[in-house]
Design a protein around this ligand. Structure first.
Ligand code: SAM
Length: 300
């Protein structure tokens, strides 16, 4: 089986099948054997592991993963790639291709079927147009995932690692940092792909914490607050949250003089909590740490 990471072998396959790259699927295939080896090695795959690959393309990275894992399950949306994958992965009986949209795939079911319900290692050169929704759903839906090693746009990696105060800091930073420890594995220039993307890329590894670094009574509520805060970045937290439909729990459900009505938290209660926490009433979400969001959510 030709090693697809070598540019000529990838070009040969593309010509043989008259494959047309589709921008709408974020198709930029890797053609650098060093980078491919680095992704596969940094995913820390044990020989007994099951890897979920998102978007195998023509199967280049899949070959590297199948050499290291017990089982690879590769979910690909583009029907044109399915016959190609049958050829390029013919020598890898432990690689299974599923023709589906990852956003509509039940990862829990895949873990049940291919890994006895145990958590999967996710590895991918992600399609950049849906990087954030894919990562958010892997983190927030409670999918059985132990680590995520992915090629993403450099700017998105910066957003994942950003701290309060900067323009990169947002809901993605807080979700990633609540669930995972992050590590940049490699910076990857555009000439490692065909076709070349217009942006710089990097490989990031996210290791899921056994216990999040911050204790919060209701993580779902905290993330609702975080989303409300960053959906309207220029608004103060008090404005964003009191217009964000956040439920105040038991107290709010009854409505009271502190400013809750119909179950949602009112502005008065929000400013009261900010005062209790010693924070300015005009603070914006972008200035708040994960710890502060957790405390704010609990007090609310
Ligand atoms: N893994 C290959 C490589 O490294 O050369 C291809 C990576 S390419 C950046 C992204 C791949 O994801 C493409 O094969 C594309 O068709 C696929 N893809 C895009 N959207 C998808 C989705 N919603 N579900 C599954 N695969 C998707």
């Amino acid at each position: 089986m030709p090693e697809l990471g070598k540019p000529q072998n990838t070009i040969d396959i593309i010509k043989k099948y008259d494959f047309r790259f589709r921008k709408k699927f974020g198709q930029n295939f890797l053609i650098d054997t060093n980078v491919l080896g680095k992704i596969a090695d940094s995913a820390c795959i044990d020989p007994g592991d099951c890897v979920l690959e998102i978007g195998p393309g023509i199967g280049t990275l899949t070959q590297y993963l199948a050499e290291r894992a017990r089982q690879v399950v590769a979910v690909e949306i583009d029907p044109e790639l399915i016959p190609i994958l049958s050829e390029t992965l013919a020598g890898f009986p432990n690689a299974e291709v599923i023709h589906a949209d990852i956003m509509k795939t039940d990862i829990r079911e895949l873990a049940e079927k291919y890994n006895g319900g145990k958590p999967l290692n996710v590895v991918a050169n992600l399609p950049y147009y849906i990087t954030t929704p894919i990562i958010m759903s892997l983190l927030e839906d409670g999918a059985p995932v132990k680590s995520i090693t992915v090629m993403i746009q450099k700017e998105v990696a910066e957003r994942m690692q950003a701290g309060p105060g900067g323009k990169e800091y947002g809901a993605l930073s807080l979700a990633v940092q609540y669930y995972c420890d992050t590590e940049i594995v490699a910076n990857v220039p555009p000439n490692c792909f065909i076709p070349r993307p217009n942006v710089g890329s990097c490989v990031i590894r996210l290791n899921r914490y056994a216990e999040p670094p911050v204790r919060v009574k209701d993580p779902e509520k905290m993330f609702k607050i975080i989303r409300a805060a960053f959906n309207q970045r220029r608004k103060t937290l008090a404005n964003a949250v009191s217009h964000g439909g956040i439920s105040g729990g038991n107290v709010g459900a009854e409505g009271n003089s502190a400013g809750t009505s119909g179950g949602t938290v009112g502005r008065e209660r929000v400013t009261e909590v900010l005062r209790e926490m010693g924070l300015s009433e005009t603070i914006r979400g972008e200035a708040m740490t994960l710890d502060q969001f957790a405390e704010f959510s609990d007090r609310l």
